[in-house]
Unconditional design. Sequence first.
Lengths: 93, 481
Amino acid sequence: MEILILLLALFVLSLFLGVELITKVPPTLHTPLMSGTNAVSGITLVGALLAAGGDGSPMLVNVLGFIAVTLATINVVGGYLVTNRMLAMFKRK
Amino acid sequence: MNPNLINFIYLVAGVLFILGIKGLTKPKTAVRGNMLSALGMLLAVAVTLLTINEVDYRYIVAGVVVGSLVGSIMALRIQMTSMPQMVALLNGFGGGASLTIALAEYFSTLGAAPTSMADILVPVVADSSAFGVGTEGTFALIAIGLTVMIGALTLTGSFIAFAKLQELMKKSYGLPGGPVGNAILVLGALTAVVYLVLNPGNMGAMLAIVGLALLLGLFLVMPIGGADMPVVIALLNSYSGIAAALAGFILGNTVLIIAGSLVGTSGLILTQIMCVAMNRSLANVLFGKMAASGETIDADEVYAGKVKSAQPDEVALMLEIAQRVVIVPGYGMAMAQAQHAVRELADAMEAKGVEVEYGIHPVAGRMPGHMNVLLAEAEVPYDKLVEMDRINPTFEDTDVVIIIGANDVTNPMARESEGSPIYGMPILNVDKAKNVIVIKRSLSPGFAGLPNPLFAMDHTLMVYGDGKKAVVEMTTALNQA
């Protein structure tokens, strides 16, 4: 229960931090912000790795884990690459 | 590995994500920010790989290889005009990942998985203590249920958003009763979550959550028109973040919670910005149609005999003697692939000593900030892209405004005509400029279906035709002048 409260505290504080940070991003960069945060939400990859392929798990769990790893990796790799592509266009003068 | 060390590295990863978003607050530091964020991701993934033992790595390696290939191909091949579709797809995959993680966690904790229909119907004997003792078990089950629900609806909702943006699905379909039908689906899914918490071994309840939430995603997005998709994408973006944060609660993982909540707030704030820019509430975008106008406005009456047109070379003469010109682009400009032509026109004007800026309405593209990306691709410097609140006071000192591919966001009825459905919507006050040039194929209305009195004003000239061709002709004439 104590851990739960700590996690909840982390969650609430992160929400406030998110509001402070995101409101400072200029409209010009809102599209890269969306694709960039999308890549960040690929952090579920960590969860997917923890869920994937435990030895002796039912086959269904392994399959679900494989799907989770694949989808989260698409999010991470695709998200960061496309964000980088866009931001590079803003950089040049 | 020492669990304290692992959690410390997760903390470092979380800090890198925060620094990454902080980098996005300025175009100059944005690339570095994105790199920092990616570094955080690499750290988090690497440390996780080191922690897990007794694991069949084949599934992980296969998933990473397939995912990296698909992700890179998508990212490198996508056209900038199609960026909203890309983000919609990525959102969908994020939702799908959260969904499958929660399902895998559920079945592996239960220690059983359905192998036939009969297994689904006969609940496995399990008490909630399998998921944790007392409140913790209950909370874990609630988190699993909600993650499955949000993940599933993000998955199907995003794919519908993609289909709408890609114009694969042009019609709108909704449940009978509209919001009521959706509310019944939401209540059904939540009931199934409660049932699952009370009977953790009931796989039927879990499948009901999945099925109802998948349907909910379909029916939430299908009735919404293509022009409202920016709001939907931003909202789904927020859902995928919330789903990630919930998954963090299931696994007791701090970095998932930090990253998920950052993404969740980002999506919500962008949703809010889009709604304000369209002068509509979120509920109205999701469930309503544009309010029917109190009195039908006859387009012929607005335009009759008052609209004047001009040829591109006549416009070039005006541009040559202008001191300040503002270009107002809309999505129509991107449709006509005219970004590069517009930038060349701006270059030609600047060569003649004209001050040129771009006025960007928040909903100018198909997603927040989309127009800026499209113009950046055409090598327009970002400091020339001026947002609505800063460009509006400058129109009175502007000699010529060139509107290309935009309509409703320049309609003065939003400011003046109280009965109008778009009344109160923030617009670019282009009518305050000394001369207004509108490049457009015809006098057809924009998305709001309203005539635009701007076109009939004394100081407005219409240039009919293809946007790109008209702009190229203006540039040629200007260069010869």
